[in-house]
Write a protein that binds this ligand. Structure first.
Ligand SMILES: [Mg+2]
Length: 254
């Protein structure tokens, strides 16, 4: 199992950690891969953190990695805007991770009359921000969402994810966004392009069936579901399309 892949894509929230608590079996597995000269990718739908912040957080759990191995929905959203919608202005709802990603791609951020609304998790969300996004979309701005996650696993339990607020804007405007995060293929495609690996060399390890596992299944790579996060093993067993591996704990891979 260990030597079968070259690109291990670890989901973060609920797989490698629960908020501020590391998942020990994941930390050990990553160390073991690195002993075998395999540098895993860390792939998160959460757009709030910059790659620098993710590297720092992982370091706090004893996981050493570099910026190039961190792939967030914010990076991929900004990359998408630059590649497919060059020169467009953006009104952003989000945190430092999304702001930095847009800036790094040279995308101009505006307060009013944007060409695009790019929306990620914003834990300082207000009625006014939501109103501005809705007005911009009603005015013709294209709607891009970093991810559609209903909930985020934290040390406190499941709290609302970006998708819950995206749904509000969608409900109010009647406009559906283009989603960047899993289960869409953009993040996995980004890794495949960066690493130069083939789909048969990629494995996605995650806790959330509707994002991680479906992304991997749809993209055509190996998937490992691990219990303890958003979707329980029991819930996964009831799904029509099954992951390649269904684990109660990543220690089973050692
Ligand atoms: Mg997760």
């Amino acid at each position: 199992m260990m030597e079968a892949f070259t690109a291990y894509c670890f989901d973060l929230d609920g797989t490698v950690y629960h908020g501020t608590e590391p998942v020990q079996a994941a930390v050990e597995l990553i160390a073991k891969l690195q002993e075998n000269s395999i540098e895993p990718y860390y792939i998160t739908n959460n757009s709030s953190a910059t790659p620098e912040q993710v590297v720092e957080k992982l370091a706090g759990f004893g996981i050493r990695t570099k910026l190039e191995y961190v792939v967030t929905s914010a990076l991929v959203a900004a990359h998408y805007c630059r590649e497919n919608l060059p020169g467009k202005t953006v009104q952003m709802i989000g945190e430092a991770g999304l702001a930095a990603a847009l800036e790094a791609e040279g995308i101009q951020q505006v307060e009013t009359s944007p060409d695009l609304v790019v929306m990620g998790i914003d834990r300082d969300i207000t009625y006014e921000k939501l109103a501005q996004a809705c007005l911009a979309i009603r005015g013709g701005a294209k709607f891009i969402a970093t991810n559609g996650d209903k909930a985020i696993p934290t040390e406190r339990g499941l709290v609302p994810g970006a998708g819950s607020f995206v749904k509000l804007v969608e409900f109010s405007t009647g406009v559906s966004p283009i989603f960047m995060g899993k289960p869409e293929a953009y993040m996995l495609d980004y890794i495949r392009e960066k690493s130069g690996c083939e789909k048969k060399d990629m494995v996605l390890i995650g806790d959330n069936y509707d994002t991680d596992i479906l992304a991997g299944i749809r993209y055509g790579i190996t998937t490992i579901h691990v219990n303890g996060g958003v979707t329980s093993s029991e819930e996964v067993r009831e799904k029509e399309r099954q992951p390649n591996y269904l684990l109660s704990n990543l220690a089973e891979l050692h």
